[in-house]
Write a protein that binds this ligand. Structure first.
Ligand code: ADP
Ligand code: MG
Length: 150
Protein backbone atom coordinates (compact mmCIF):
# COMPACT_ATOMS: atom_id res chain seq x y z
CA UNK A 1 0.00 0.00 0.00
CA UNK A 2 1.33 3.41 -0.97
CA UNK A 3 -0.08 6.75 0.09
CA UNK A 4 1.17 10.20 -0.60
CA UNK A 5 0.28 13.49 1.01
CA UNK A 6 1.66 17.00 0.93
CA UNK A 7 1.66 18.94 4.18
CA UNK A 8 1.82 22.71 4.15
CA UNK A 9 2.98 23.38 7.71
CA UNK A 10 4.88 21.85 10.58
CA UNK A 11 1.58 21.49 12.46
CA UNK A 12 0.04 19.54 9.60
CA UNK A 13 2.97 17.12 9.62
CA UNK A 14 2.51 16.69 13.38
CA UNK A 15 -1.19 15.95 12.85
CA UNK A 16 -0.29 13.41 10.16
CA UNK A 17 1.99 11.70 12.68
CA UNK A 18 -0.79 11.70 15.27
CA UNK A 19 -3.20 10.05 12.84
CA UNK A 20 -0.61 7.47 11.90
CA UNK A 21 -0.03 6.72 15.60
CA UNK A 22 -3.68 5.77 15.99
CA UNK A 23 -3.19 3.02 13.37
CA UNK A 24 -0.05 1.51 14.88
CA UNK A 25 0.15 -1.61 16.93
CA UNK A 26 2.95 -2.79 19.16
CA UNK A 27 5.92 -4.31 17.41
CA UNK A 28 5.72 -1.81 14.54
CA UNK A 29 8.91 -0.42 13.06
CA UNK A 30 8.68 2.95 11.34
CA UNK A 31 11.51 3.95 9.01
CA UNK A 32 11.73 7.67 8.26
CA UNK A 33 13.93 8.74 5.38
CA UNK A 34 14.58 12.15 3.93
CA UNK A 35 17.24 14.84 3.96
CA UNK A 36 18.10 17.04 6.92
CA UNK A 37 15.21 19.40 7.54
CA UNK A 38 12.69 17.25 5.66
CA UNK A 39 10.59 16.81 8.80
CA UNK A 40 11.47 13.37 10.20
CA UNK A 41 11.79 14.57 13.78
CA UNK A 42 8.67 16.73 13.42
CA UNK A 43 6.66 13.76 12.21
CA UNK A 44 8.04 11.73 15.12
CA UNK A 45 6.74 14.40 17.53
CA UNK A 46 3.29 13.76 16.09
CA UNK A 47 3.72 10.00 16.42
CA UNK A 48 4.85 10.30 20.03
CA UNK A 49 2.13 12.70 21.05
CA UNK A 50 -0.44 10.53 19.28
CA UNK A 51 0.78 7.57 21.32
CA UNK A 52 0.24 9.57 24.50
CA UNK A 53 3.85 10.47 25.29
CA UNK A 54 4.13 13.83 27.06
CA UNK A 55 6.77 16.16 25.59
CA UNK A 56 9.29 17.58 25.25
CA UNK A 57 10.58 15.39 22.45
CA UNK A 58 14.15 16.08 21.54
CA UNK A 59 16.00 14.90 18.50
CA UNK A 60 18.10 11.83 19.23
CA UNK A 61 20.76 12.79 16.71
CA UNK A 62 23.43 13.18 19.37
CA UNK A 63 22.24 10.52 21.79
CA UNK A 64 21.37 8.05 18.97
CA UNK A 65 18.34 6.63 20.79
CA UNK A 66 15.69 8.00 23.12
CA UNK A 67 13.24 5.75 24.91
CA UNK A 68 9.78 6.95 25.96
CA UNK A 69 7.46 5.15 28.34
CA UNK A 70 3.77 5.13 27.53
CA UNK A 71 1.21 4.66 30.26
CA UNK A 72 -1.35 1.87 29.91
CA UNK A 73 -4.12 4.49 30.08
CA UNK A 74 -2.66 6.30 27.10
CA UNK A 75 -2.54 3.34 24.76
CA UNK A 76 -3.92 -0.19 24.77
CA UNK A 77 -0.88 -2.08 23.60
CA UNK A 78 2.16 0.12 23.15
CA UNK A 79 4.11 0.77 26.36
CA UNK A 80 7.42 1.98 24.98
CA UNK A 81 8.61 3.95 21.97
CA UNK A 82 12.24 3.87 20.84
CA UNK A 83 13.24 6.80 18.67
CA UNK A 84 16.59 6.15 17.03
CA UNK A 85 18.63 8.32 14.69
CA UNK A 86 21.27 6.59 12.59
CA UNK A 87 22.60 9.81 11.05
CA UNK A 88 26.00 9.51 12.70
CA UNK A 89 26.32 5.76 12.96
CA UNK A 90 25.94 2.45 11.15
CA UNK A 91 24.64 -1.02 11.78
CA UNK A 92 27.35 -2.19 14.18
CA UNK A 93 26.95 0.73 16.52
CA UNK A 94 23.15 0.56 16.43
CA UNK A 95 23.34 -3.13 17.36
CA UNK A 96 25.79 -2.38 20.14
CA UNK A 97 23.43 0.08 21.84
CA UNK A 98 20.52 -2.35 21.94
CA UNK A 99 18.66 -2.42 18.62
CA UNK A 100 17.78 -6.11 18.93
CA UNK A 101 16.27 -5.63 22.38
CA UNK A 102 14.05 -2.84 21.08
CA UNK A 103 12.98 -5.01 18.16
CA UNK A 104 12.14 -7.87 20.51
CA UNK A 105 10.09 -5.72 22.90
CA UNK A 106 6.53 -6.99 22.28
CA UNK A 107 5.06 -3.80 23.71
CA UNK A 108 7.41 -1.46 21.89
CA UNK A 109 7.54 0.43 18.66
CA UNK A 110 10.75 1.53 16.99
CA UNK A 111 11.00 4.77 14.99
CA UNK A 112 14.23 5.08 13.01
CA UNK A 113 15.54 8.16 11.22
CA UNK A 114 18.13 7.55 8.46
CA UNK A 115 17.13 3.89 7.98
CA UNK A 116 19.29 3.70 4.85
CA UNK A 117 22.35 3.82 7.12
CA UNK A 118 21.20 0.67 8.89
CA UNK A 119 19.33 -0.91 5.97
CA UNK A 120 20.48 -4.44 6.80
CA UNK A 121 18.73 -4.42 10.19
CA UNK A 122 15.47 -2.75 9.15
CA UNK A 123 12.84 -5.52 8.91
CA UNK A 124 10.90 -6.01 5.70
CA UNK A 125 7.70 -5.46 7.61
CA UNK A 126 8.70 -1.89 8.44
CA UNK A 127 6.37 0.96 7.59
CA UNK A 128 8.50 3.21 5.39
CA UNK A 129 7.91 6.93 5.19
CA UNK A 130 9.96 9.19 3.00
CA UNK A 131 9.82 12.92 3.41
CA UNK A 132 10.83 15.39 0.77
CA UNK A 133 11.40 19.13 1.12
CA UNK A 134 9.34 20.94 -1.54
CA UNK A 135 9.70 24.49 -0.29
CA UNK A 136 9.95 26.40 2.99
CA UNK A 137 6.61 25.13 4.29
CA UNK A 138 5.62 22.18 2.09
CA UNK A 139 6.74 18.58 2.44
CA UNK A 140 5.77 15.51 0.42
CA UNK A 141 5.29 12.43 2.58
CA UNK A 142 5.12 9.00 0.94
CA UNK A 143 4.14 6.09 3.11
CA UNK A 144 4.74 2.51 2.12
CA UNK A 145 3.60 -0.27 4.35
CA UNK A 146 5.85 -3.29 4.25
CA UNK A 147 4.51 -6.79 4.71
CA UNK A 148 3.41 -5.97 8.25
CA UNK A 149 0.12 -5.10 9.84
CA UNK A 150 -0.47 -1.51 10.73
N1 ADP B 1 5.28 21.01 6.26
C1 ADP B 1 6.27 20.87 7.15
N2 ADP B 1 6.46 19.68 7.77
C2 ADP B 1 7.46 19.51 8.66
N3 ADP B 1 8.37 20.45 9.01
C3 ADP B 1 8.23 21.66 8.43
C4 ADP B 1 7.20 21.92 7.49
N4 ADP B 1 7.33 23.21 7.07
C5 ADP B 1 8.37 23.71 7.71
N5 ADP B 1 8.94 22.80 8.53
C6 ADP B 1 10.16 23.02 9.35
O1 ADP B 1 11.16 22.17 8.83
C7 ADP B 1 12.01 21.70 9.89
C8 ADP B 1 12.02 20.19 9.92
O2 ADP B 1 12.99 19.79 10.84
P1 ADP B 1 13.12 18.31 11.41
O3 ADP B 1 11.75 17.76 11.67
O4 ADP B 1 14.09 18.36 12.54
O5 ADP B 1 13.76 17.54 10.15
P2 ADP B 1 14.65 16.24 10.08
O6 ADP B 1 14.45 15.44 11.34
O7 ADP B 1 14.15 15.52 8.85
O8 ADP B 1 16.08 16.71 9.89
C9 ADP B 1 11.46 22.29 11.17
O9 ADP B 1 12.20 23.46 11.47
C10 ADP B 1 10.01 22.63 10.80
O10 ADP B 1 9.52 23.73 11.54
MG1 MG C 1 15.84 14.60 12.72
Amino acid sequence: MRQEIITTSKEETIRFGQKLAARLSSGAVIALSGDLGAGKTTLTQGLLSGLGVAGPYTSPTFVIMKQYDISPEAHKGIRRAYHADAYRIGTQEMLSIGWEEWMEDPAGIVIAEWPERIADIIPESAISLSLQWLDETRRRIVIENGGGEM
